[in-house]
Design a protein around this ligand. Sequence first.
Ligand code: UFG
Length: 320
Amino acid sequence: MRLLVTGGAGYVGSHAAWAAVDAGHEVVVVDNLSTGHRDLPPPVELVELDLLDAEGLSALLARVRPDAVLHFAARAQVGESVAHPDRYFRTNVVGSLNLLEAMRDAECGRLVFSSTAAVYGEPESTPIREDAAMRPTNPYGRSKRMVEELLEAWSDRGWVHSIALRYFNAAGADAAGRTGERHDPETHLIPNALLAAAGKRSRLKLFGTDYPTRDGTCVRDYVHVSDLADAHLRAIDWLEDGTGAAAINLGTGTGYTVREVLTEAAAVVGAPLVFDEVARRPGDPAVLVASFERATEILGWSPQRDLREILASAWEWHRR
Ligand code: UFG
């Protein structure tokens, strides 16, 4: 298929773009390079364009005529979204609306959307199923939920059918070292832990030790970015015949505490990891663990890589 990958120069988007090329698809990447990097996607056409440029986007869809779109382009920092909600609603919601209008006009009817566990907010029970209440606690999660609602409306009209993939904690890097995580600033636990153990950044802060969990620190479900990429390819295949606006969790069903991740990270780097225990980070739920039954049922997907492989691949990427 001919695929348009928005945000294909970013972390998850570049892994999916490589996976699509590996699977024999023809790929065009569109990215405004605000947080993406030119050297992360595969060597395919990279169009430098902002999704807020509705005219440019329409012209691009009319020219490329993709069979399906993988939509990653978005702002994705929870903390920043609290400080600047306007930016999040504009980029994530208006940008997606522009894309959906351009797809409708170009009669491109298939979309895979990069959504997030943040649409759920503080869960009532765990593991989280897709039919759990959605009460996002920050503008980032709200903006992603709003796009899911646009997708439902587009599907109801028969314009675009879609699958929203709700990632839990994306981590790790391409096994071949072709792309990996490069955020600035980096806020995520795994890269920060690896770089701290390697002495490449200042001491790590462990946010909150008084959560009601087995060791007092937050529990998260870390899912390998290459497993996420694989799910996108399965979603495209499903959309060849499938209709509707599905929403599917992508996680492993296994949660690790922050302390457990730090112990494993130190083992992978082979150096002790010193950290400071500090107050909770506002907005962090105690436990986020996915039920991935629906992903198995609809996509035949299950995670293939564990925490050790996540840490080893991420460390290999950062070490290089
Ligand atoms: N943490 C630390 N120190 C750090 C970084 C993180 O202790 O330097 C802790 C956090 O408090 C949290 C855990 O490590 O308990 C994981 O934090 P991350 O920042 O790596 O990931 P989050 O769980 O906060 O974020 C993820 C996704 C977001 C999504 C969010 C939903 O990256 O896109 O889950 O809550 F919005």
